[in-house]
Design a protein around this ligand. Structure first.
Ligand SMILES: [Zn+2]
Length: 281
């Protein structure tokens, strides 16, 4: 039987086979061997420690690498990225999800928003790549969740909490750029949830569980253009239960920047998207 309200051909409609929206083989190829060769001869050029329940900005020149790690213990981080010279070009979590899937690992790229739509960074190493998909359908490093924020917390809990990732990122960007807080806030966008372990319940609800990251775990990126980054050490800590309070145990996050001795062979900063922007007018 088709079920209440369903048409007679409900089964046939549901049986239609899906296709991948954006087959990955259509994306520009990444020469991972060239990136790894450049990384092997890179030297450390800077470090920024992000305290628990705080945010910090960092800058990475094009052609450099940056590593985000948990130096002391499990900690989820919320990452925003911009063109270092133009805040209007920022990371586009939604299109990155459409192109690479709900969770990112080695080889995936972080794409910028329209009209730029070019890779801002490429993931070159992920010590949690072994995790794969667990029995709950959860994976690590998602581009599903938007970031914890004080507005949703106010909506659901009826209280003001000021250390959500949205606020941490806002304060960090204001401090870095000198913008007033309300202007800086407008540039905060959907994040890459570094080290967060998430998925969807069978009913389609966004679910999270304790991050499998341990002290020393890291994820590393190659900067395709000059980047400004902002990273928040989420007040949820390992995000096992809640993420908008001072209840969870939190640790710092470390950002390290590595300067290569030579550019990766054949690499150059990707141009902005070539669409003519006439929109048919
Ligand atoms: Zn958060």
């Amino acid at each position: 039987m088709p079920g209440p309200g369903a048409p007679d051909d409900a089964g046939a409609r549901r049986a239609i086979r899906p296709v991948v929206c954006y087959p990955p083989e259509g994306l520009p190829a990444v020469d991972m061997a060239a990136l790894r060769a450049a990384r092997r001869i890179a030297r450390k050029a800077g470090r920024i420690l992000v305290p628990p329940r705080e945010g910090r900005c960092f800058r990475v020149p094009a052609g450099h690498f940056f590593r985000i790690s948990c130096p002391e213990g499990t900690q989820v981080g919320d990452l925003d990225l911009w063109n270092g010279a133009d805040l209007s070009e920022h990371f586009h979590s939604g299109k990155t999800r459409a192109l690479h899937g709900t969770h990112l690992s080695t080889g995936a790229r972080l794409w910028s928003a329209f009209p730029h739509l070019r890779p801002l960074a490429t993931i070159t190493e992920d010590t949690l790549a072994w995790y794969g998909t667990d029995a709950h359908g959860c994976r690590v490093h998602d581009v599903i969740g938007t970031r914890c924020d004080p507005y949703t917390n106010r909506l659901l809990a009826g209280a003001d909490y000021h250390r959500c990732c949205h606020s941490n990122l806002t304060r960090a960007l204001a401090a870095e750029t000198g913008l007033p807080l309300p202007e800086a806030e407008r540039h905060i966008h959907d994040v890459l949830n570094v080290f967060m372990c998430t998925g969807f319940s069978p009913e389609g609800r966004y679910i999270m569980k304790a991050s499998p990251a341990r002290a020393g775990d890291h994820i590393e990126f190659f900067a395709e253009i000059d980047l400004l980054g902002a990273l928040s050490a989420c007040p949820g800590g390992d995000c096992a239960s809640e993420h908008s309070s001072d209840a969870a145990t939190c640790h710092p996050l470390l950002v390290e920047i590595f300067a290569p001795a030579a550019r990766p062979a054949g690499w150059r900063t990707p141009p902005v998207n070539a669409y003519d922007r006439s929109h048919g007018a």
